[in-house]
Design a protein around this ligand. Structure first.
Ligand code: NAD
Length: 332
C-alpha cells in the first residue's frame, strides 16, 4: 500500500476518533461522518478503502455498488442485518462483525434481570417507591428459591454460553435448546441439552433467548410457547426484539401466568409512544406494571465494551488494509 488509505466511520460516533486513529493513524486518514441515514453517505464514502458502520444507518446495494476500492466493511456490533452482505459479496467486499465486544455484558444483563425479577427485587421496588402496599416481603409472595430451578437458554452461542456459566454459578439447572450446535457442548459445560423447545419450556423457571433473529426465531416466544412455560415463571429477552411477541408477554404478565418479564430489545427502537408495552410499563395501574422491566437496548453497554467495539473494528480494518485476511467475516 503506497498512498494513505481512507477509513470511513459512517454513523453513531462523532469526533474525536481517538481509538481509530491510534490503531490506523500511521496508514490511513480516519473520517467520521456521523450519518443519520444512508443518503448522508452519498459523495462521502465512494473512495473509502475500509468502512466501519454501527447500527444507526443501513447500507444497501446502491451504496455498496458505488464503492470503488473498498477492502472491508466492518459492522461494529454483533447483528449485521443492516448491511446488504450479499450485495457486498457480489462486489468481492468482505463484511465482518465484532462478535465479542459485549458477550459478558449481555449475559450479565440477562442474569441481572433474572435476579431482579426472580428475587422479587424489582416488584417490591416498583410498588414501595410509589407507596403501594405494606413495607414487607409478603407482598412479593411467592418468591421461589433459584437454586435447583431450571434456567432455559434458547441458542447456546457466545452469550448463551456466558449466561449458562453464570446461571450454573447460582446453582440453577441449565437447559438449552439449539438445533444448530454440534454435539458435545452440553458435556464440556455441564449443562443439559434438549431436542425440542417444548422440553425446555416445560420445566423452565427462567427462559432466556440468546439466538439471532431469523424467520425461524421470529416470535419464537409467542402466546402458545409462553403458555407452555410453568405458571409463575420468568422471561428475559436480550437477543433481538422480534424474537418475542410483546403483546403475548403483556397478556401473560397481566394474567399472572408470567411472574416477570425483562425486555431489553424491541423490534422497533425507540418504541412509539403508544406501544402497549411502554404504556403498561409507565402506568402503575396496569396489572403488568410491577412485573415488567424495560431497557433501552442497553444489555451490551459497558464503557470497556464500547472501547472494545472500536478497537476491534479498527484492528480488522488494519488487517484488510495491510493485505491480511480479516477476521469474523459474515458474508463469506
Ligand atoms: P451467536 O451467533 O454466538 O449464538 C447464537 C446461537 O443461536 C447459535 O449457537 C445458534 O446455533 C443458535 N440458534 C440459531 N438459530 C436458532 C434457533 N432457531 N433455535 C435455537 N437456537 C438457535 O450469537 P451471540 O453473540 O451469542 O448473540 C446472541 C444474540 O444476542 C443475537 O441475537 C444478538 O443480536 C444479540 N445481542 C444483543 C445485544 C444487546 O445489547 N441486547 C448485544 C449483542 C448481541
Amino acid at each position: 500500500m503506497n498512498a494513505r488509505a481512507k477509513v470511513v466511520v459512517t454513523d453513531f460516533l462523532a469526533e474525536p476518533a481517538e481509538c481509530e486513529r491510534r490503531i490506523l493513524g500511521d496508514i490511513a486518514d480516519v473520517v467520521m461522518l456521523d450519518a443519520k441515514g444512508e443518503t448522508d453517505l452519498v459523495g462521502r464514502i465512494e473512495d473509502a478503502d475500509a468502512i466501519m458502520m454501527y447500527h444507526v444507518i443501513r447500507i444497501g446495494e446502491r451504496t455498496i455498488d458505488a464503492l470503488r476500492h473498498c477492502k472491508l466493511i466492518v459492522r461494529c456490533g454483533v447483528g449485521f442485518d443492516n448491511v446488504d452482505g450479499a450485495a457486498a459479496r457480489r462486489r468481492g467486499i468482505p463484511v465482518a462483525n465484532v462478535p465479542d465486544y459485549g458477550t459478558e455484558d449481555v449475559a450479565d444483563s440477562a442474569i441481572g434481570m433474572s435476579l431482579a425479577l426472580g428475587r422479587g427485587i424489582h416488584f417490591l421496588n416498583s410498588r414501595l417507591r410509589r407507596g403501594e402496599g405494606p413495607w414487607t416481603y409478603r407482598q412479593a409472595q411467592p418468591v421461589a428459591r433459584l437454586r435447583g430451578r431450571t434456567f432455559g437458554i434458547i441458542g447456546l452461542g457466545r452469550i448463551g454460553t456466558a449466561a449458562a456459566l453464570r446461571a450454573k454459578a447460582l446453582g440453577m439447572k441449565v437447559v438449552f435448546y439449539d438445533p444448530y450446535l454440534p454435539d458435545g457442548y452440553d458435556k464440556s459445560l455441564g449443562v443439559t441439552r434438549v431436542e425440542t423447545l417444548d422440553e425446555l419450556l416445560r420445566d423452565a423457571h427462567v427462559v432466556s433467548p440468546h439466538c439471532p433473529l431469523t424467520p425461524e426465531t421470529r416470535h419464537i416466544m409467542n402466546r402458545d410457547t409462553i403458555a407452555r412455560m410453568p405458571r409463575g415463571s420468568i422471561l428475559v429477552n436480550t437477543s433481538r426484539g422480534a424474537v418475542v411477541d410483546p403483546l403475548a408477554v403483556l397478556d401473560a404478565l397481566s394474567s399472572g401466568h408470567l411472574a416477570g418479564a425483562g425486555i431489553d430489545v424491541l423490534e422497533f427502537e425507540p418504541p412509539s409512544p403508544d406501544h402497549p408495552l411502554l404504556l403498561a410499563w409507565r402506568d402503575p395501574g396496569h396489572p403488568a406494571h410491577d412485573r415488567l422491566i424495560l431497557n433501552p437496548h442497553s444489555a451490551f453497554y459497558s464503557e470497556e465494551g464500547l472501547v472494545d467495539m472500536r478497537v476491534k473494528g479498527s484492528e480488522n480494518c488494519r488487517r484488510a488494509l495491510l493485505g491480511t485476511v480479516p477476521r469474523n467475516i459474515v458474508n463469506g
